[in-house]
Design a protein around this ligand. Structure first.
Ligand SMILES: [Zn+2]
Length: 253
């Protein structure tokens, strides 16, 4: 670390949980953020501010006026710009040392299979079940930790799936693909502005702790209710018959 970095990250270097060793790890780490909206905004800003060295942000959408109520990486003068380009501007303004790869596209299985193995952690900031299952399958196949977050109306959820740990469930253990509930969107249902900040900030916190080598949220589902600021957590188990993570190739690995 150079003198500027010692100053920039000084408040991290004081922490036993980070210190010089952990901060060096973060500087050398690669994170993939899928989605640059309400959840992806705080994730992108905090991973950049915290000095995660290389960050890929992927999203196919452009900034719309209706996004600005909660998607804090974007600004009024960037309406119409691709969200990933807008997020890259915001991240570079906070920390120009971070190498941000902005990809304006809708992820599919082939893109994820190529990109997920090149990253140390994946943060799911998407808003639909189909994409969530694609991301999960790619993370299970590549044995990469996945930080899951979701928020709608006044309620949110968070977990870390890390199938490097044989006991860890995957997203499909919790939400089987053949039992997908009806798709609900913020566009039709609404979402409380700070809720995506709460859940997204927790995703950033867990992603950083994954990169530092220790997340306590594996095998746990955290449920957040904005009304009353209520947090509940429950243990979640691996489904031994899960078609995604209980594939023989996975079990044998
Ligand atoms: Zn599973």
């Amino acid at each position: 670390m150079n003198d500027q970095q010692l100053l920039r990250y000084a408040r991290h270097l004081l922490l036993d949980a980070v210190s010089v060793e952990g901060q060096t790890r973060l500087l050398n780490a690669r994170a993939l953020i899928v989605g640059a909206g309400g959840l992806g905004s705080p994730v992108a800003l905090y991973l950049a501010s915290a000095g995660v060295g290389r960050i890929t942000v992927v999203d196919d959408d452009t900034v719309d006026l209706t996004n600005l109520q909660r998607q804090i990486a974007h600004t009024t003068d960037r309406v119409g710009m691709p969200k990933v380009a807008s997020a890259k501007v915001a991240m570079a303004q906070i920390n120009p040392d971070v190498d941000v790869q902005a990809s304006q596209l809708r992820v599919d299985a082939a893109w994820l299979a190529a990109q997920v193995p090149a990253h140390d952690v994946v943060i799911d900031c998407t808003d639909n079940f189909k994409t969530r299952h694609l991301i999960n399958a790619a993370c299970v196949a590549a044995k990469k930790p996945l930080v899951f977050g979701a928020a709608i109306q006044m309620a949110g959820q968070l977990s870390v799936f890390d199938t490097r740990d044989a006991e860890s469930p995957c997203y499909a253990c919790l939400f089987p693909a053949d039992q997908m509930p009806e798709e609900v969107s913020c566009a039709s249902m609404g979402v409380f502005a700070p809720l995506v900040g709460i859940v997204g900030s927790l995703q950033a916190s867990e992603a950083i702790q994954v990169l530092l080598g220790d997340s306590k949220l594996v095998g746990q589902l955290l449920m957040v209710q904005a009304q009353g600021s209520e947090f509940h957590r429950m243990g979640i188990k691996r489904n031994p018959n899960c078609p995604v993570c209980s594939h023989p190739a996975h079990s044998a690995a």
